[in-house]
Structures are given as structure tokens and as C-alpha cells.
Design a protein around this ligand. Sequence first.
Ligand code: UD1
Length: 416
Amino acid sequence: MDKILIRGGNPLTGSVRISGSKNAALPILFSSLLASGSSRYRRVPRLRDIDSTLGLLETLGVGVARNGPEVTLDTSGLERWEAPYDLVRKMRASVLVLGPLLARLGRARVSLPGGCAIGARPIDLHLKGMEALGAEIKLDHGYVTASAGRLRGAEFTFDRVTVTGTENVLMAAVLAEGRSVLRNAAREPEVTALAEVLNRMGARIRGAGTAEIVVEGVAGLHPVEAEIIPDRIETGTFLAAAAVTGGKVEIRDCEPRHVGAVIDKLRRAGAEIAVGERTISVCGPPRLKSVDVQTQPYPGFPTDMQAQFMALMSVADGVSVIAETIFENRFIHVSELSRMGADIVISGDTATVRGVRRLSGAPVMASDLRASACLVLAGLVAENTTLIHRVYHLDRGYEALEEKFSALGAEIRRVS
Ligand code: UD1
């Protein structure tokens, strides 16, 4: 299995272009199921989660053609409505077929995702939302089966903010009869991006990006051409990498408005950051200062940046308190950081990080996508070499990771 070898110590310099957003691409690719015909998507990142999505769409009878960052999906042959265990197991977001299949075919059968490395992550709110729209939901043999005639518009309040839950129920509501109002909806940019694509397909959605989304159901949608928005977590990861290595990096083709909370924390930690229309320039200080962080739904500090930020705080000057409010068990990277010499104590949902002067390179194990990114950042500033095992986690979510970091002057390579 591939590993990533990093020799730490180089400040990153130069410029890097951000890829299309994984978490925006996933629901948008699934939304193709809502119309019959050929839809084309640009700036689709080359990632394992995208391959899993395309593989799942193919098993449903969708014609998939890929040419670099461009993907064409022909849904005119859509004939199946089941997402089997083997595919859902590889990627939880496969559950996003549920809403579109239910809306378009009146039925869907999806394997239950089960637990995963970062907590239980149930899908009860997705299912309650579908039920509110008139679907009948059955759970048996590890599968959820949803069926309905035409869905009916309804008012539904999410008990807590869920990103894919909002996306799933939104995709079901666009073809429902009448008006739906989704309250306590997720405000993440990926939800807004999905709503924009759906509206271009003929849906009537307003309020996306706020906590209340109103959908006037329509009878049918048409195919679309769309470009995926820049990945805000990749953007944040490069910002963090530049800052912690004391480097100077220009981040291009990104959306600065989507990373406001991360920029704010990095500035407080002592990084100099200049924001342009589509670029961000960052200059890291000789040593960062500790700052406290609490993860929150958007526009707060993203949970998907918590692990990377912890790598920064582990070498910062002072003590940082990092609270994770979105997911339980999202501190699995702590034990690996500690093996590299970090001083971190966990109590419940809070990690107290006392910055040390240096981390020391070590063999470490990646446990999930963002935890892996945390270990890359730690490796970039550690003494000697760090060897990261289980790199497939990184391949789920970071396009051309080694190439991009190498181009910025990092000593990083993939070894088999
Ligand atoms: C999405 C992102 C993920 C990010 C997360 C939070 C995608 C593909 N993934 O995941 O990268 O870390 O948002 O920003 O976009 N919950 C329930 N019941 C549900 C659904 C969620 O209790 O039915 C809970 C979860 O366990 C979690 C919280 O709600 O504690 C938020 O999870 P959610 O926003 O749903 O995460 P995902 O959409 O899975």
C-alpha cells in the first residue's frame, strides 16, 4: 500500500491552484439523477470519493464519461434504484442518492452507512425529512427502503444542522408537489452551490445559504452544465501549511469568502494574510501564537479544518484549547501527533494543546481524511522524516497532494 514520506523543515513558497470542491461535487453529481438526459460538469476533482460516486451512478444505469476535470453523466438509461453495501461502505455520502431517486423514480433502496471512524454519524434526519415529504421508510437487513408516489411539499425543521441531510431533503423536495420549507437548514457553501445548480435545472429554490430554504416543487427538471466551486477545505489546508512552515504562498482560483473563519484564526495566530477577489496570499511568522478554536456549522470554524489546525497549535507559542462540537471521536489524530512529540490532553470534546518547539518525524498512521492532512502538516514542520501509512484516506479528498506540496518546495513523495 502507498505511503507518503516527508522530510520536514522547508518553508513553503510559491503559488498553488485550488481544485474543485469534493463536498460540492458529490451532491451535484447525484443531482443529475433528477433529470433525464446528459449533464456536464467542469472542475470535478480527481479523487477516490468522486470515483466511488461515478461507480455508484454507473451501477444505477447512468452513462459516465470522464475527460480530466470534466464529467458527463447521461441519466436517460437510469433503471435501478439500489445503492449496495459495498459502495456505501466506501463512502458515506452515497446516501445522497436517496433524495434524487425517491423524487424521480418514487423509490430508493440504500444500504445504511453504519459507524465510521469519526463517530456514529446517523442519517435519521435525512429519513425524517423524506418522511415529512410523504415517503414511507422501512429499515430491514441493513438497508433503508424509501417509497412514495409523487412527494408532497411540507414544512420540516432539522433537529440539528446537517449538511448532507439538508442536501438530500432539498433534492427530494424540488420535484415534490407544492411548497416545502426547510428550517434550521445547513448554510454551508456546498448547499448553496447545489441549490444554484438545481435552479439552473429548472427548480425553484430560494433562501439557500440561510437557515430557511423555501422550495416551490416543479413537475420536472432538465439537464445542466455546471462548474464545481473551489474546495474551501483544500484552501484552508494550504493556508495552514504556508502559515506553519513560515512560508509565503499565493493561493489561486479559490473563494476567499468561504474561508473567513480560518483566515481569522490564522491572522490571530500571527500569519499575514492578504485577500484578493480569487486569491489569498499568506505569509507565516517564524513561530505561530496559540489561539483557541471551537468548531461550528458554517460560517463558523469548520470541523474539517480542526485536525489541521491542531497540527499548527502543537508547535505554536502558548496553550490552545480546541473544542470539537460537531462530531464525537474526532480527535483520533491526537495519538499520532503525540507520537511525534506534541503535548495534547483530551477531555471530552476539548483538546488542550501546549505548543512545543519541535515535532520529531515518526512513522504514523492516517485514520480519516482530515486527520491525514493534519499528519502531512505535522510532517512538514517535524525534524527528520515522517512516513504516513494508509494514504488512501488522503486520496479520498486531496487532488494531486504531493505534486502541489512539492511545487511549493516541500520534500514529499509517495512510496510503495
Ligand atoms: C458533511 C461533510 C463533512 C463535514 C460535515 C460537517 C460532505 C460529503 N461531508 O458531512 O466533510 O465534516 O458535513 O461539516 O459534505 N447528524 C445526525 N443525524 C443525521 C445527520 C447528521 O445526528 O441524520 C449529526 C452527525 O452525527 C453530526 C452532525 O449531525 O454530529 C453534523 O453532521 P452532518 O452535517 O450531517 O455531516 P455530513 O453531512 O455527513
